[in-house]
Design a protein around this ligand. Structure first.
Ligand SMILES: *Cc1c(COP(=O)(O)O)cnc(C)c1O
Length: 377
């Protein structure tokens, strides 16, 4: 069994994807070809943002956003402690100081109470200026933007939505990618909308930031890339990747519906045995992961082993809290307790998940999870 079956998706949509790729190769317009701006328009329309700037990957997208805001040395940037490394990695890259914030034990997303305390700590005990919050929609579920927005407004901070895992999700009918002052996503192959290599995008309604982002992702270009008005990056989305994504957009919403079905089946079969994902009201998840929680590390070990013996892969997202990563040692403001993240990283487990999972496969995975839990010697 595959953890995320990308081969099956390709087999089902082979003709459309092959045609898209062949057309780019025949035209030989590999960098900034017409497919790139077509995709940008389509993505902006889909999420409901005025501007979309496609770029090299989801990490660059986050960095570009902080660069567009000129975040720097005197600034503190708040990041959830339970996320992929990129969400925090980009902060020191701009010279700013990361401050990790705890998450909710039931949704895995940023805890607004912890954020508020962390901001107060930075204001009262450090010389840093609270500048921005990176809000991650972990495993596909939109975070609590209403509560977080109240805090960013109060402290005059910017809100950066990291929608790398939540492309396609929505909150109160608004799509992710439109929930931050700037929002970013990733098209890494295993993300909800994945290309065939690295890819990413930045979204905003702000005209001036959009213009700056367009410049920053092509060497800080002015009139053209040989006229350079600022220090930027080389972070474009390949035309081939844009073409693949355009083809995949045609069946993306169908896939989202299928993901809802798979998640529903998992939850029905597992909810009496383990902690299943809680999706808050008025939200739709993009189901980048289906993540359960076991009682403790030992129980997780047993479940992983039982699944493995049956040929079923699983993954631990994430084994290590951000604040415990070696890379951040001595390079963070320790503002608040991060015990929820530490606890979750010891007992969470992500199960095989993709829109093309069959009912029988789901049943088998659940059977093995339940068997692993009850193998309590
Ligand atoms: C995948 C991911 C990223 C980075 O995306 P890349 O395209 O791999 O650079 C950033 N944030 C989160 C939460 C992610 O899951």
């Amino acid at each position: 069994m595959e953890f995320r079956d990308l081969k099956k998706q390709y087999q089902l949509h082979r003709q459309a994807i092959d045609d898209a790729m062949t057309s780019v190769v025949s035209g030989a317009h590999f960098i900034s070809g017409p497919e790139v701006s077509l995709l940008e328009e389509r993505l902006a329309g889909f999420v409901g943002a005025k501007h979309c700037i496609a770029c090299g990957n989801g990490t660059d997208a986050l960095q570009l956003a902080l660069m567009a805001w000129e975040v720097g040395e005197k600034d503190a940037v708040f990041v959830p402690d339970f996320t992929f490394f990129s969400s925090g990695e980009v902060v020191p890259l701009t010279g700013a100081m990361p401050v990790f914030v705890d998450v909710r034990p039931d949704t895995f997303n940023m805890d607004s109470g912890s954020l508020e305390k962390a901001v107060e700590y930075v204001v009262n005990h450090t010389a840093y200026r609270p500048r921005a919050v990176v809000v991650v929609d972990l495993f596909g579920q939109p975070a609590e933007y209403d509560k977080i927005r109240e805090i960013t407004d109060r402290y005059d901070m910017l809100l950066l939505e990291d929608a790398a895992q939540s492309f396609g999700a929505s909150l109160d009918g608004r799509r992710t990618g439109s929930l931050g002052d700037i929002s970013t996503t990733s098209f890494f192959p295993a993300k909800p909308l994945g290309c065939y290599g690295d890819g990413g995008a930045v979204f905003t309604d702000d005209e001036e930031w959009a213009e700056r982002l367009r410049s920053l992702h092509v060497h800080g270009k002015g009139g053209d890339k040989y006229d350079n008005v600022r220090i930027g990056m080389n972070s474009r989305l390949d035309t081939l990747q844009a073409a693949v994504l355009l083809a995949k957009m045609d069946f993306f919403e169908e896939e989202m519906t299928a993901c809802e079905r798979v998640a529903g089946q998992y939850t029905k079969l597992l909810k009496d045995t383990v902690q299943t994902p809680l999706i808050l009201e008025n939200r739709q998840s993009a189901w980048a992961q289906y993540t359960i929680c076991l009682r403790d590390g030992e129980e997780r070990e047993r479940v992983v082993r039982t699944m493995k013996e049956a040929g079923i892969p699983s993954a631990v997202y994430y084994k290590k809290a951000m604040h415990l990563q070696e890379a951040f040692r001595g390079r963070q403001v320790e503002a608040v307790p991060l015990s929820v993240t530490e606890n979750l990283s010891g007992r969470c487990l992500s199960l095989p998940f993709h829109p093309y999972m069959e009912e029988e496969q789901i049943r088998l995975v659940c059977e093995k999870v339940i068997q692993g839990v009850s193998n309590d010697e």
